[in-house]
Write a protein that binds this ligand. Structure first.
Ligand code: AP5
Length: 221
């Protein structure tokens, strides 16, 4: 089962991708995480774009995904979180899937109001030691300044989660990524590729339940 999760910054792509990966034993391919973990010249170049809320050049991200999709852990299926983001990336993905004799099963679009997106993204932070995620309003550590999971006392925020950079990321989502949704909607058919709109404003478990329902309906005819 191969899935694309679409949605603007803060829609919950990473959160749902992790849950889906665990539940269905799928590989989670999050391009944002891959770029944040990249080292050397690629990592340095990516950081310049990411800090400004701009997209990293297609050629870099396409090479990373092409390599990743052919790895063994993708044999049972994968979830793309943050890819494709441009028309060129979408067309290149088609070519990669064709070359690998794979196909897409679901394109899932998470829909969330702008105000909520900004609130979610600008308030998030994580434990610098174990990566556990928190939020200024919605999920504070039980004891202030101490990670619930590992007891660490250092926390970090993503460089690109500043209000002005989030606004830029949203603008880029609308201008460069949202237009490719029509590309997948046009491709969708009930028995091959399924396109689903999901209400991402609901609680995390409820969003997961909606996604599971889409998968269940298609798999059971
Ligand atoms: P990336 O890391 O992909 O960031 P993004 O798309 O902006 O998305 P986020 O990670 O901010 O949000 P999300 O939708 O995953 O939400 P999350 O689950 O974290 O990309 C970063 C940068 O990398 C890009 O700007 C670009 O520069 C570059 N890049 C990446 N891919 C690229 C590509 N293909 N091409 C070119 N450049 C690329 O949730 C957010 C918060 O909300 C969390 O605190 C979470 O706990 C909370 N939350 C989630 N769901 C809910 C819910 N239902 N209710 C309440 N809170 C919730």
């Amino acid at each position: 089962m191969n899935i694309i999760l679409f949605g603007p910054p803060g829609a919950g792509k990473g959160t749902q991708a992790a849950l889906l990966a665990e539940k269905h034993s799928l590989a989670k391919l999050s391009t944002g995480d891959m770029l944040r973990n990249a080292v050397g010249p690629v990592g340095n170049l990516a950081r310049v774009y990411m800090q400004q809320g701009e997209l990293v050049p297609d050629s870099i991200i396409i090479a990373i995904i092409r390599d990743r999709i052919s790895q063994d852990d993708c044999a049972n299926g994968f979830i793309l979180d943050g890819f494709p983001r441009t028309r060129e990336q979408a067309e290149e993905l088609d070519r990669m899937l064709h070359d690998e004799h794979k196909k897409l099963d679901y394109v899932i679009e998470l829909q969330v109001d702008d105000e909520r997106l900004i609130e979610r993204v600008t308030g998030r932070f994580s434990c610098a030691k174990c990566g556990a995620g928190y939020h200024d309003t919605f999920k504070k550590p039980r004891k202030e300044g101490v990670c619930d999971v590992c007891g660490g006392n250092r926390f970090s925020r993503r460089e690109d989660d500043k209000v002005e950079t989030v606004a830029k990321r949203l603008e880029i989502y609308r201008s460069q990524t949202a237009p490719i949704l029509a590309y997948y909607q046009a491709e969708a058919t009930q028995d091959a590729l399924k396109y689903a709109f999901i209400d991402g404003m609901r609680r995390i478990e409820e969003v997961m339940r909606q996604i599971d329902e889409v998968i269940h309906v298609k798999q059971n005819g």
